[in-house]
Design a binder for this molecule. Structure first.
Ligand code: HSE
Length: 456
């Protein structure tokens, strides 16, 4: 055993990771050279989902792990922002490579963490942070690196996909499916991060950064969740040939590079979306995740699989550990030692800074420019309720037209609570224009607009 791992956290994902590290048989032979050396936990008394060898050191002193001179790689699976951020920074400062599943910390503190890692000459790998067991980070960094990425569009949150899939199948309301999902353990007691789109926003910020080669300010990612998606909208969408999905999208907005940074302007957004039933993402149901990537010249590539859970997430974490172990093994011959030795061996640049594999390390310096959502050009679905008077549809059409919003269809579906229910689908229009038209429509007497959704 030459390569030592310090594991921070022994919850679901930590236990899954320990399980793989302790049972290397029939997996990659390099696993036999990796030792689960110490585990940091909050409480020593908790029952664990994995059987640990009696000599394995469990400690509540997390600092002792990130500063332990014997440890090569720190695996952070405690989650949350703090102390995860500080522990990762401290591990880096002590010359340790870091593997993390923590999308929230990376999406917020990625600049600080990667700057520190590059200075220290260590890797911070995060395959598990986005879409659990689906390999997408490494494909973006390596397998697809010859491409100019044009778009990433994904279902990256299993909880919301489960809720929307059940609403679709059962015709149920958001509230009743959420309550049931919580009772079944598919949704958290506090579902905010999932149902309000925040978890998906963290993930698309990370993917966009890798795909478009720049840092992303999370606050600039437009984010809407699924609370406002109603059973009525799902039913109408179905009749029109769509399903409703929470999509996370990052797209090159313009071929023209941003003047200062040379980076393209991007759209980065999360919102419920009407997806045509024939679209590759439309049939991704339940807790599954999928990410569609469009690159030049590869075209469209889709990754599908389990986006969470002990086994899938641990699969991603251990692949990152193995990647680091493989690099260290090659860099040092068969005599693997401590990671801080990288800086003292052959792998240094002329200026003495440690040299990292450019396909695995993250060296972005500049921030991408993200276009405001009002500049988005997309199709819209809107459901309007109004008195059933002659000329109402004409008035709506005229108002949209006066704001340069071209309609693909406008149909009175029927009556809901004695009011006419009208569903509008637009052509591709500028969001700012569409919103201005809606504001005017909302000011009409006895008109309400209960739903507005974007359409792929
Ligand atoms: N809460 C996430 C989801 C899983 O529902 O997909 C972890 O990223």
């Amino acid at each position: 055993m030459a390569f030592k791992v310090g594991l921070l956290g022994l919850g679901t994902v930590g236990a899954g990771t320990a399980e793989i590290l302790l049972n290397p048989a029939q997996r990659h032979p390099l696993l036999q050279e990796i030792e689960l050396y110490r585990i940091g936990v909050r409480s020593l008394d908790k029952p664990r989902a994995v059987k640990l060898p009696p000599d394995l050191l469990l400690t509540t002193d997390l600092d002792a792990i990130v500063t332990d001179p014997n440890i090569d790689v720190v695996v952070e699976v405690i989650g949350g922002l703090e102390p995860a951020r500080s522990l990762m920074l401290k591990a880096i400062a002590h010359g340790k490579h870091v593997v993390t599943a923590n999308k929230a910390a990376i999406a917020r503190f990625g600049d600080e963490i990667f700057t520190a890692a590059n200075e220290a000459g260590v890797y911070v790998l995060l395959e598990a942070a986005v879409a659990g067991g689906i390999p997408v980070i490494e494909p973006l960094k390596q397998s697809l690196c010859a491409n100019r990425i044009q778009m990433i569009m994904g279902i990256v949150n299993g909880t919301t996909n489960y809720i929307l899939s059940r609403m679709q199948m059962e015709g149920s309301s958001f509230e009743s499916v959420l309550a049931d999902a919580q009772a079944l353990g598919y949704a958290e007691a506090d579902p905010t991060a999932d149902v309000d789109g925040l978890d998906a926003a963290d993930k698309i910020a990370i993917l966009a950064s890798l795909a478009f080669g720049g840092r992303i300010k999370l606050a600039e990612v437009h984010c809407e969740g699924i609370r406002q998606v109603s059973a009525a909208d799902i039913a109408y969408a179905e009749k029109l040939g769509f399903v409703i999905k929470l999509l996370a999208t990052a797209k090159r907005d313009s071929q023209i590079a941003h003047e200062d940074s040379g980076l393209a302007q991007l759209q980065v957004r999360v919102h419920p979306t009407l997806v045509p039933k024939i679209h590759p993402l439309a049939s991704v149901n339940g807790v599954f995740n999928a990410i569609l990537i469009e690159g030049d010249p590869v075209g469209q590539v889709m990754f599908y699989g389990p986006g969470a859970g002990a086994g899938p997430t641990a699969s991603a974490i251990v692949s990152d550990i193995l990647n680091i172990a493989a690099i260290l093994k090659v860099g040092r011959g068969s005599n693997m030692g401590r990671s801080s030795n990288v800086a003292q061996g052959n792998n240094v640049q002329a200026d003495g800074k440690p040299l990292l594999d450019p396909l695995l390390a993250c060296s972005h310096q500049d921030y991408c420019t993200i276009a405001p959502i009002s500049d988005l050009v997309t199709r819209f679905y809107a459901r309007v309720l109004t008195h059933d008077h002659p000329g109402v549809i004409g008035k709506l059409g005229t108002c949209f037209g006066s704001h340069n919003v071209s309609l693909e269809s406008i149909v009175q579906i029927g009556l809901r609570n004695d009011r006419a229910e009208i569903v509008v689908i637009t052509h591709h229009v500028r969001e700012g224009n569409f919103r201005a038209a809606l504001e005017e429509i909302r000011s009409f007497e006895s008109v309400t607009v209960p739903s507005v959704l974007r359409v792929v």
